[in-house]
Write a protein that binds this ligand. Sequence first.
Ligand SMILES: [Zn+2]
Length: 147
Amino acid sequence: MLIPARMSEAEERRWVSVMLDKLAAQESKRMPGDTELAERAERLSAQYFGGRARPTSVRWVTNQNTRWGSCTPAEGSIRLSHRLQGMPEYVVDYVLVHELAHLLVPGHGPRFWRLLEAYPRTERARGYLEGVVAAARLPHSPADRGE
Ligand SMILES: [Zn+2]
């Protein structure tokens, strides 16, 4: 890090903390696995939508606790909750396919679900995610025991 000459110690500390905040902000935008995730989205788009869904960015986020994935069609950006990490691949693929489909069809109308029929494990993945949500609501879930 280059520190401008002739800074007082207090200024220097302030400047360093500002720079560290900036770095942390950049860091939080790119997480490990983002590149792989973007490549995976590209493959899935090619496989199920003939490459028509073209996101501008696909990344993991840690601030999404009520949704598995989200997208901003105007920007073409897709975000996946880090809570999906460690779940079976077909589940992560489903969430990616779901968000990719939103780049083509907003909302969850019949046209949207027809698009999703292209992905053979849609029903199974939705069942898995429903199970995860239900399990989290059960009393004496592993989380309660601090595991
Ligand atoms: Zn949706």
